[in-house]
Design a protein around this ligand. Structure first.
Ligand SMILES: C[S@@+](CC[C@H](N)C(=O)[O-])C[C@H]1O[C@@H](n2cnc3c(N)ncnc32)[C@H](O)[C@@H]1O
Length: 224
């Protein structure tokens, strides 16, 4: 499928797949959305509530690497050890990442090399940058057997209309099983059927105010 680059409201770029009418990020701001949902309401909130100096994150859909980069920056600035595992079914090429030009909009210029490294590092192997552990697997999430347990899941699949199978019980149950007690599942999604499915699986749900242009988002917490 052909991807086109477009500018989101805050100036940061993203991809759109016309055939699916799907974007990789919110049209209201790719960077704004990632910082608000995954970093503020996900990572930062989990760290505050759990008072930990180490965190394990699983991301469904590495895509442009924006969430991974921001998570690394947050952890580095707050002296938190980060273990990051992500799966991606349709990896973007290095050429596509270059063309996107996300780096120009990323905070923390001192870490821009790390953004490149996220993309140039090998697939399906353990990678280290000092004490940051990073592994990306070129796999379909739905085929995944997750053996480890994570503190946070960044659930960043395409939307329900494009990928209903990613928002149903089978996919969400993989998430429930992959989380530790008190673990967070966080997403841009606010769909009622997804919320009900998360509840059925045993999650406690928070309906949070969304980033600009979005009324609500979902954060689900696995009970102790
Ligand atoms: C909405 S985009 C978000 C990408 C990324 N988080 C970012 O910030 O750029 C969804 C991503 O999930 C990937 N994806 C979709 N279905 C998948 C699946 N079944 N398994 C693994 N990755 C998948 C897509 O290829 C795409 O990169």
């Amino acid at each position: 499928m052909i991807k086109k680059i477009f500018k989101t409201q805050d100036g940061s770029p993203s991809f759109i797949i016309d055939e699916l009418d799907e974007t990789y990020h919110s049209r209201n701001g790719a960077l704004t959305e990632a910082l608000y949902i995954y970093i503020e309401k996900g990572l930062s909130s989990w760290i505050k509530n759990n008072n930990k100096k180490e965190v394990s994150i699983f991301e469904m859909g590495l895509g442009t690497g924006l969430n991974a980069y921001l998570a690394f920056c947050f952890c580095n600035k707050n002296n938190i050890k980060l273990n990051y595992y992500t799966v991606e079914k349709f990896p973007l090429s290095i050429e596509e990442i270059k063309l996107l030009g996300m780096e120009k909009y990323l905070p923390y210029p001192e870490f821009h090399k790390l953004f490149k490294w996220l993309h140039s590092s090998d697939w399906n192997t353990n990678n280290f940058h000092e004490d940051f552990f990073f592994k990306k697997s070129n796999l379909d999430f739905l085929d995944l057997t997750i053996n480890k347990k994570y503190d946070i899941i960044f659930y960043d699949a395409f939307g329900y209309n494009a990928q209903p199978e990613m928002w149903g019980e089978k996919a969400l149950e993989i998430c429930f099983r992959a989380l530790k007690p008190c673990g967070y599942w966080i997403s841009y999604c606010s769909k009622g059927s997804v919320r009900r499915c998360l509840e059925k699986l045993g999650f406690a749900n928070d309906r949070l105010q969304g980033p600009p242009g979005k009324r609500e988002i979902l954060r689900a917490i696995k009970p102790v």
